[in-house]
Design a protein around this ligand. Structure first.
Ligand code: SF4
Length: 306
């Protein structure tokens, strides 16, 4: 069992329970699917809300997390309305909220009502994950989104801004961008009125023979270390200082950027090298995404009494 002394966590990443109608060819969750995975809480049972509330209180009061991110393994928070409902109740059990709450989503199944639900939860940042930021049709095609659920990125971005969220555009870099300049990508981000843009290189982190790992290996972005992005940001932008995670942010036009070439690499180590803790789909806190480490990376929530 890990001990938590002397380690600082900034963020809790809450894993949605539900589903995702997309079938992205690089899906990190599917890449890491293993038999005997982590069983999700049954959200119909009141104990599930209690378990989530206890874990959230622990991350805020004992671990000192100031930021909550709604994300998923193979579930998109927006496509998991029951989870948002139960998590919302769990959050409201405490007087103390997280100073910053963000959602990471592909936007699938979005509606104004769902955006209002996120507002009610206290979400201020919408991190919109894209596979092709330039073409909603190609984005849906590559993500294998059911036709009736295809997301119009322009419409969604507009609704996010009208609802007064900070819009962070997350660009999952694959070979489809090999002939696209960073200047064009920033221009498109400006067109979508994004406040921030994040570039993610896709990395194999699960079984190398999984379909997702093979797709990633066969569709690598030509600049995997984002050297060109760093050069572009320095030349075209203005440095706006270091971030809490050590990366340097730049302002390019009206869009801010920080380069993190490894942010999708959910390596299987079991150390406290990261500054976030995972509130997993079984209501347990962990320090590793690797399902193989589900026991060894679990945090015992008993420090309160020490
Ligand atoms: S949207 Fe996310 S959870 Fe859904 S298939 Fe794509 S990568 Fe996986």
């Amino acid at each position: 069992m890990n001990t938590l002394r002397d380690h600082h966590f900034d963020t809790v990443q809450a894993v949605a329970i539900g589903g995702c109608p997309n079938h992205c060819p690089y899906c990190i969750g599917r890449q890491n699917l293993q038999t005997g995975g982590i069983e999700a809480l049954n959200l119909a049972q009141p104990e599930s809300e209690e378990k989530l509330a206890r874990a959230l209180a622990y991350t805020r009061e004992i671990l000192g997390c100031g930021s909550l991110t709604l994300t998923g393994r193979i579930a998109d928070p927006l496509a998991s309305p029951k989870y948002l409902e139960v998590l919302g109740r769990a959050l409201k059990r405490s007087d103390e909220t997280f100073p910053q709450i963000q959602v990471q989503s592909s936007g699938i199944t979005w509606s104004q009502t769902k955006l209002d639900t996120l507002k009610d939860l206290g979400v201020s940042v919408f991190a919109l994950s894209t596979t092709d930021m330039f073409s909603s049709a190609n984005n849906a095609r590559i993500n294998r989104t059911p036709e009736r659920l295809a997301v119009d990125l322009d419409q969604l971005a507009k609704a996010i801004k009208l609802s007064d969220f900070t819009l962070r555009l997350c660009v999952n870099l694959s070979d489809i961008y090999n002939d696209t300049s960073y200047a064009n990508m920033f221009a498109r981000a400006q067109e979508l009125q994004a406040n921030q843009i994040t570039f993610r290189t896709l990395q194999v982190s699960g079984a190398p023979d999984s379909p997702e790992s093979q797709w990633i290996a066969g569709h690598q972005y030509a600049d995997p270390d984002l050297v060109g992005l760093t050069t572009f940001a320095k030349q075209a932008g203005r440095e706006i200082g270091p971030l809490s995670d050590g990366f340097v942010a730049y302002d390019v036009g009206s869009v801010s950027v920080a380069v993190d070439p490894n942010c999708l690499a959910r390596e299987g180590d079991n150390t406290y090298a990261k500054n976030y803790v995972i509130l997993d789909q079984d209501g347990e806190l962990r320090t590793s995404w690797a399902e193989a480490d589900k026991d060894s990376s679990r945090i015992e929530m008993n420090d309160k009494e020490e």
